[in-house]
Design a protein around this ligand. Sequence first.
Ligand SMILES: [Zn+2]
Ligand SMILES: [Zn+2]
Length: 137
Amino acid sequence: MSDDFSLDELWCKCGCGACNIHPESLFQLQRFRSFLGRPITINSACRCIKHNRSVGGSLWSTHRSTASIQCTAYDAKVKDMSCLEIMEILEKHDKKEFWKGRGLYPHENFIHIDSGHSKMTRWIRDATGKYEYVDKF
Ligand SMILES: [Zn+2]
Ligand SMILES: [Zn+2]
């Protein structure tokens, strides 16, 4: 799908094959990957409605991928880096704020980024599943 990301990382993990990705978001993900210079593992990108529900995604999740909805979201981790370290680099890299949704999941050590939020939204999810919204990380 791009230099460093293959279809089987990006499509819905339930096996349904849903993979309607917002092209600009994939381009920007690849840009960040090249900037970072390290492999990024995608835990979750596209989700069909059923899979989104089964993993506890919100009704309006930016991971949704249907015939009419393009996924703009990526849950990502990088080997030997904390999610905060990755996010700090993303914050410096993404000066134009393409990624308006930015989530930290320290308990599972991954970041969520999406371009589907209409304004900058940053959150941290704690071990109990509670979301805290913050102005910066
Ligand atoms: Zn699916
Ligand atoms: Zn996510």
